[in-house]
Design a binder for this molecule. Structure first.
Ligand code: NAD
Ligand code: MG
Length: 386
């Protein structure tokens, strides 16, 4: 029985993880949640799963959850809060496996703490590898911790890499759906609304990653995530636009063979793979072979999606640029969703922040977070002036 801590339990990945736990009650049991600010879902999850520990975003929310649990006659659950609460969930001694699914750099400290505590990690939160990949991987090597990617593309690459040695890999290909605006005329980009950008053609996900998929910054973050996870330079991580999202990614070997991973577009499968690794266990997530009848692939359009270019540039420039890429995007996406900047203001904000970022390689998580804060301030300035 694997005992699981779930960081970001109330989100899209968090809820899919609990659905896998419900399907395999004798294999996976969630015992600790970091639930953020969604009190209703946190209450429902706590009543259903009776975890040992639940952390909410604030003291006030924690008090409200405690009161609701008491009123419902539910005891034996410790309710805590804040960043320190999230770290306690991630490092609880009884936990074997931590699913890292908080959105944004907010998930970094707890994920790093889980690695230091020697937990196996199922990693959905790509932002922590973008901001601090070298530090996290060095800690994982030192502690002998497995980092199992849940992000579908990296999960696909992880599976395809079981087909050959690292030294035999020529390059990897990340597939991208191209998002909802793959064919929208460029002159309409300034008028794209949040409601339009939140309609992803193939995946149902949290708000930030859905907007990032529409700008293709998500693929940019995934390029950097892949460089860190698979120890490859950016020029060996390629992107191909594949609107059907049937092939989740591919590994090209030196002899010319290409291995691809194909499955349903359902995040429960990469979550199950990570939780069960190194085993494979039966599931009902079967793939309809007729979906292979039509597969398209195109070159990504860098003029339409400047975020993709900015990510390659940040990856080549320095670690501080990768941190700034993510931080400025977090600010810009929130501003776009709040109606403060237009859709094409997102890449403009990121580009403005990257231009002001000095090359640096932070030596600690504290330094990473300080570069992150500085980049957020620059991004807020640009948003305010827009
Ligand atoms: P989401 O917005 O649906 O959920 C985010 C979760 O994080 C929520 O539980 C929220 O309460 C929690 N949270 C946010 N800020 C927090 C904070 N400061 N402290 C504690 N908890 C906090 O997001 P999602 O779509 O589930 O994505 C989560 C992560 O997984 C992201 O990094 C995303 O890039 C990655 N990911 C998601 C998908 C997907 O299909 N949804 C696919 C690949 C990767
Ligand atoms: Mg992905």
């Amino acid at each position: 029985m694997k005992k699981i801590a779930l960081l970001g339990s109330t989100g899209s990945i968090g809820q899919s993880t609990l659905s896998i736990c419900a399907s395999y009650p004798d294999r996976f049991v969630p015992i600790a949640f970091a639930a953020g600010s969604n009190l209703d879902v946190a209450f429902e999850q706590t009543s259903t799963w009776r975890p040992q520990l639940v952390s909410l975003a604030t003291e006030e929310l924690a008090a409200q959850l405690t009161a609701r649990l008491k009123a419902a006659g539910i005891g034996g659950v410790e309710v805590i809060y804040g960043a320190a609460g999230t770290v306690r969930v991630a490092t609880l001694p009884e936990v074997d496996f931590v699913v890292s699914a908080i959105v944004g750099v907010a998930g970094l400290e707890a994920t790093y703490a889980a690695v230091l505590a020697g937990k196996t990690i199922g990693l959905a939160n790509k932002e922590c590898l973008v901001a601090a990949g070298d530090l996290i991987l060095a800690a994982a090597r030192e502690k002998g911790v497995a980092l199992l990617p849940i992000d579908s593309e990296h999960n696909a690459v992880h599976q395809c890499l079981r087909g050959g040695a690292a030294s035999e890999v020529k390059q990897i290909w990340l597939t991208a759906s191209g998002g909802p605006f793959r064919n929208t005329p460029l002159e309409e980009f300034a008028n794209i609304t949040p409601a339009q950008a939140l309609k992803h053609p193939t995946w149902v996900m949290g708000q930030r990653i859905t907007i990032d998929s529409a700008t293709m910054l998500n693929k940019g973050l995934e390029i950097i995530e892949a460089c860190r996870l698979f120890n490859l330079p950016p020029d060996r991580v390629k992107v191909t636009v594949h609107p059907q999202s049937t092939i989740h990614s591919l590994v090209e070997y030196v002899d010319g063979s290409i291995l691809a991973q194909i499955s349903v577009t359902d995040m429960r499968l990469p979550i199950l793979y990570a939780l069960a690794y190194p085993d494979r266990i039966p599931s009902d997530l079967t793939f309809d072979m007729t979906a292979l009848a039509h597969l398209d692939f195109q070159q990504p359009d860098f003029a339409r999606f400047p975020c993709l270019r900015l990510a390659y540039e940040a990856a080549a420039a320095s670690q501080a640029h990768c941190i700034a890429l993510n931080a400025s995007d977090e600010v810009a996406v929130a501003a776009f969703l709040a109606g403060k900047i237009p859709f094409n203001g997102i890449p403009r904000t990121i580009e403005g922040v990257l231009a002001l970022t000095k090359a640096q390689a932070p030596a600690s998580i504290t330094e990473v977070l300080s570069i992150d804060r500085a980049a957020r301030e620059l991004a807020q300035d640009i948003v305010q002036r827009a």
